[in-house]
Design a protein around this ligand. Structure first.
Ligand SMILES: *Cc1c(COP(=O)(O)O)cnc(C)c1O
Length: 486
């Protein structure tokens, strides 16, 4: 790469004794501490010694190697990578929120407790559930919590059910969750329209079934209109319905999982409610439940006695804690600020615009790329690189890499598994028509390049800091450790 970047690691920058800070002289006497010799290092830890400009430039340069929602369009389907309003950051950074300690007594954190209490009410209202725990740290963690609640519910009734049903379009975390909770995972096929194959579901339902995990709209971005029939069928054999709430961005204010017949729901605050994600978090995956499942929720919940807010540990059938303290509180504050700043009408508009943007993109792109399920979508849709692969030997992976050259983050690719050469595109509501048009242009150019210069696409990307990686080697033999002097 003919780059002008300073490619050095922070450990290789600077010089001994250089500093990015200076402290005032100490105005307290030095203490002789009587610590045992063996707790001291033999050698200095070799930390970087850099000036402030070196430090700032290092991290700024690193940030420019990444694509983020603050850089440009990021249509990563299923992930809802929407712009995160900066006001939410500012509010979460208020000292009263950012500086509190989880061991502070209730009397000193009434505001934080009120925020959790009110957030619970909002999420319950949005989802149609009765109570919500803020503890789970992300969607997948919410799933595990939710399925453990389902298990506790059945066990409490003396039933030992062994199976969880999961559609073949499901996110990988769904079957993984069910397996982790000790269930046998049974896959339910999709029908011609991309929804649950109801006849096939009927054949799988019996008293061994603990529940069905469903995403609606599903990972194809399609709303399953049979949801009431499905819910009745599952409930009839005594099973429960788990709602994977990752796609809540499509439905806010229009429909609610609780009204569709679901018993347990997780939210991904870092998706729907505009808190930053990527790079491993932090996220938040609150879980809402219907009345019958409330006694099993993790402790504590936050309640209000008319005068003060308090932690309620009085849930005799609780599955216990699923995380230290009360969840990722900072993320909850940002999501709370987001909900409060938009209001009920604003949230509805979010979903309306997200769906509109997705349909706009889909209508333009389906002329150039195979669209396996040609019907109105919700907030995302799945097209396929099948035509390009068959005609020109250009794979979806190649086209995804080529998008980087045009300045866009690629969509999710090769997921859902039931669509070959899948590209799952989710524009979100925060993108303007101009941005969507730029993306359409780039996709049309790539379709044309696939016809005219297929070899060029197969070598993409060309304009990024790092070119095409050997992804297998990167995953199997990652070199993550830097050693001094090597
Ligand atoms: C993102 C996602 C999950 C998992 O959520 P995390 O917050 O990433 O753990 C589960 N299901 C679907 C459909 C998702 O898109």
């Amino acid at each position: 790469m003919n780059s002008i970047w300073n490619e050095k690691l922070i450990f290789e920058l600077g010089a001994p004794g250089r500093r990015a800070f200076s402290l005032p002289a100490s105005d307290v006497p030095e203490m002789e501490l009587d610590w045992p010799e063996n707790i001291f290092r033999e050698e200095a830890p070799g930390l970087p010694e850099v000036s402030e400009p070196e430090l700032v430039r290092h991290y700024t340069a690193l940030s420019r190697l990444n694509h983020g929602v603050d850089t440009d369009f990021y249509p990563l389907g299923s992930c809802t990578m929407k712009y995160n309003p900066k006001v939410d950051e500012a509010l979460a950074a208020l000292p009263g929120f950012a500086g509190i300690h989880p061991y502070l007594p209730e009397e000193l954190v009434q505001g934080a407790l009120q925020l959790i209490y009110e957030m619970e009410a909002y999420l319950a209202e949005i989802s149609g559930m009765d109570r919500v725990t803020m503890q789970p740290a992300a969607g997948a963690h919410g799933e595990l919590t939710g399925i453990l609640l389902v298990r506790a519910y059945h066990r409490c009734r003396g039933e030992n059910r062994t199976r969880i049903l999961v559609p073949d379009s499901a996110h990988g975390t769904n079957p993984a969750t069910a397996a982790m909770a000790g269930y046998q995972v049974v896959s339910v096929p999709s029908d011609q329209r991309g929804g649950v194959d109801v006849a096939a579901l009927g054949k799988l339902l019996d008293e061994r079934v603990a529940g069905l995990m469903l995403t609606n709209p599903n990972t194809l971005g399609l709303f399953d209109e049979n949801i009431h029939i499905i819910a009745d069928m599952v409930h009839k054999v005594g099973g429960l319905l788990y709602y994977d709430g990752a796609n809540t961005n499509a439905i806010m204010g229009y429909t609610r999982p609780g009204d569709m017949g679901f018993d347990v729901v997780h939210f991904n605050l870092h998706k729907t409610f505009a808190t930053p994600h990527g790079g491993g978090g932090p996220g938040a995956g609150p879980v809402g439940v219907k009345k019958d499942l409330v006694p099993f929720l993790p402790v504590p919940l936050v309640d209000f006695d008319g005068k003060r807010y308090y932690f309620n540990y009085d849930l005799p059938h609780s599955i216990g804690k699923v995380r230290s303290f009360y969840g990722n509180f900072g993320v909850v504050v940002k999501a709370y600020a987001y909900i409060r700043s938009l209001g009920a009408e604003g949230l509805k508009q979010v979903s309306r615009d997200a769906v509109l943007n997705a349909n706009y993109l889909m209508a333009h792109l389906k002329k150039y790329f195979y669209l396996p399920y040609d019907r109105f979508c919700k907030h995302e849709f799945v097209i396929s690189g099948k035509w390009q692969k068959e005609r020109n030997g250009v794979k979806t992976l190649d086209m995804a890499k080529r998008l980087l050259d045009y300045g866009f983050h690629p969509p999710t690719i090769y997921f859902p598994l039931i669509v070959e050469e899948a590209m799952m595109i989710e524009p979100t509501e925060t993108e303007s028509k101009e941005t969507l048009d730029r993306f359409i242009d780039a996709m049309i150019r790539i379709a044309r390049e696939a016809e005219e210069e297929p070899e060029k696409i197969k070598g993409a990307p060309y304009t990024t800091y790092i070119g095409r990686l050997d992804e297998v080697a990167a995953a199997r033999k990652p070199e993550l450790r830097w050693r001094a002097g090597k």
